[in-house]
Design a protein around this ligand. Structure first.
Ligand SMILES: Nc1nc2c(ncn2[C@@H]2O[C@H](COP(=O)(O)OP(=O)(O)OP(=O)(O)O)[C@@H](O)[C@H]2O)c(=O)[nH]1
Ligand SMILES: [Mg+2]
Length: 205
């Protein structure tokens, strides 16, 4: 897949505004400020495809990008940002949850977690939700450029131990990642390629 071809499609405040539930969507999820929009820009080699926040909590819509016909990338609003009102938080959380649980064409989630503290509450909830709903999930330990080798290994171990005790490793994978340095971009592309081509295989049958 040529990720450079990604084009902004639309921003949806509510699920009803989303395009027809057909094809394959891969959603980038994670705490506010984890680096979702930066990762999308790095992946697509476009500086300003997705907006990168100076202040956390910037991405408030479900932003969709078209790669090819029926193949989309999705930038989800970040969760867990403390400074937004509870009402807004509840709203986002519900929209996010509804999207994750009802969207048929959602094939997989790229979950971004800060490599410096990889298994916070919300992230564990997301991982467990993916397991429960049988979704594919690939976790990016982001901002790896801020860690030395020992810290990177510690971060991977923490996450690996957590995933191991879930005992459902089949659809779960993870890697270190840095949008800033481009670390792990090829691995991410390979994972996405495998997900999008699963749709081609289905379609051919
Ligand atoms: N050092 C470093 N900083 C990063 C990296 N990725 C993102 N950042 C910084 O982290 C901040 C948040 O990045 P965003 O990409 O906007 O994060 P987001 O997850 O989209 O945030 P919300 O839209 O608020 O949920 C920005 O200041 C980025 O420059 C990375 O790989 N390394
Ligand atoms: Mg964002």
């Amino acid at each position: 897949m040529n990720y450079k071809k990604a084009k902004y499609l639309m921003g949806a405040a509510e699920l009803i505004q989303l395009p027809e539930d057909y094809g394959v969507e891969v959603a980038f999820a994670g705490r506010s400020n984890a680096g979702k929009s930066s990762a999308l820009n790095a992946l697509t080699e476009q500086k300003a495809l997705a907006r990168v926040s100076k202040t956390p909590g910037r991405t408030q819509l479900i932003n969709l990008f078209t790669l090819e016909e029926h193949k989309r990338l999705v930038d989800l609003p970040g969760y867990g940002y403390a400074k937004v009102s509870n009402k807004l938080k509840d709203n986002w959380q519900r929209t996010l949850e509804d999207y994750l649980t009802t969207r048929q064409c959602l094939y997989g989630i790229i979950l971004l977690v800060d490599a410096r503290h990889p298994i916070k509450n919300f992230d564990c909830m997301m991982i467990e939700a993916a397991v429960e709903y049988g979704l594919n999930m690939h976790i990016l330990l982001t901002k790896a450029d801020k860690l030395n080798n020992k810290e990177k290994a510690q971060s991977e171990k923490l996450l690996r131990d957590y995933l191991d005790q879930l005992k459902t490793s089949e659809r779960l994978s993870f890697q270190l990642f840095s949008s800033l340095k481009g670390t792990g971009l090829n691995k991410l592309r390979d994972k996405l390629d495998s997900w999008y081509s699963a749709f081609d295989d289905d379609f051919a049958q």
